[in-house]
Write a protein that binds this ligand. Structure first.
Ligand code: FAD
Length: 281
């Protein structure tokens, strides 16, 4: 399959990239191309102009500090996954990235591209939503920071305006006495998940779960975040969470099966995240 014709731009600076995006009639950013190129080849997308950001200087920074992990637009999945500093500050990034496609796709695809693509079955949007992270957007009109709760507008739809480039995303650091876990079910390892969940559990001084929050993928049109009541134990919390989900039936799974998976996975991640929190002390 071949893509439809398009104009091609290969800017070398952010200013050039933003000017090209602003001037484009119907422009699309090309980052790792792991979602956009298949869409073009299958003729499911036909942008008039492609703005390839791979040569833009300054977009490949990965910084891990007390506030969190800031990932530039050209940081590939594989680099974020391997970063020990990023895993220390926010372990969910590595835990989730292991489930994103295959190593070959992860060596090229970008973290920010995955967020911009806004697939409701993708791992990283659910992680960013759970953590309350942010995306930094830039255009010739200026810069703005978009919270995850506002960023994911619908299936394959983000809050980015057509002339905006996502320059970076920040995944906030793990709070004290909190552990993280991630689990999903896919038919084959590397496929998009039928359902998945990321969780944060905070334990009290005695090591008992005191608060929990979960971020779901594959069960709604956008990533879904639920606060869970863990006072009655993790089985009850998981059953309650599953009952609050309203997934869709599609060719891959029925709504009922997805809800069931989400409940089972919730119980697992609550257990694992509480254990991780106790280990951190
Ligand atoms: P691109 O393909 O370059 O772009 C994707 C979209 O985002 C385009 O609309 C593009 O215009 C936009 N975009 C990209 N970067 C920016 C930016 N900085 N600013 C504004 N817009 C931008 N993903 C998963 O999450 N989970 C999976 O299990 C999974 N499995 C896969 C399996 C296969 C076989 C393949 C080929 C892909 C799979 N993917 C999966 C997708 C992969 O993770 C992509 O890398 C990711 O979705 C997009 O990142 P990218 O850099 O390749 O973006």
């Amino acid at each position: 399959m071949k893509p439809p014709p398009f104009g091609y731009h290969a800017p070398r600076s952010l200013g050039e990239a933003l000017a090209a995006l602003a001037a484009a009639r119907d422009g699309k950013v090309l980052a790792g191309g792991q979602s956009l190129i298949p869409l073009l080849n299958m003729r499911l997308a036909a942008p008039a102009e492609i703005i390839d950001i791979n040569r833009v200087a300054g977009l490949d920074t990965l910084e891990a500090g007390p506030a969190g992990v800031r990932v530039g637009a050209l940081v590939r999945h594989a680099r974020a996954e391997r970063s020990a500093e990023a895993a220390r500050v926010q372990p969910l990034l590595r835990l989730a990235l292991r489930h994103v496609a295959h190593p070959a796709v992860r060596s090229r695809g970008t973290v920010v591209g995955s967020l911009a693509h806004a697939d409701p079955a993708a791992e990283l949007p659910a992680v960013l939503a759970l953590l309350g992270g942010t995306v930094e957007a830039a255009s010739v009109r200026g810069r703005r920071t978009i919270g995850a709760a506002d960023f994911f507008a619908g299936p394959l739809e983000s809050a980015l305006a057509p002339d905006e480039l996502a320059v970076a995303a920040t995944f906030p650091a793990l709070p004290p006495r909190t552990g993280a876990a991630f689990a999903e079910i896919a038919r084959r390892h590397g496929d998009y998940a039928l359902a998945g969940v990321a969780a944060l559990v905070t334990v009290d001084e005695a090591g008992r779960p005191a608060a929990a929050r979960a971020g779901y993928l594959g069960v709604a049109a956008t990533p879904l975040v639920l606060d869970l009541d863990v006072s009655g134990g993790r089985a009850a919390a998981a059953a309650d969470a599953a009952g609050r989900l309203d997934p869709e039936t599609d060719i891959h799974a029925s709504a009922e099966y997805r809800r069931h998976l989400a409940g089972v996975l919730t119980e697992r991640v609550l257990h694992a995240a509480a254990g991780a929190a106790r280990e951190r002390g």
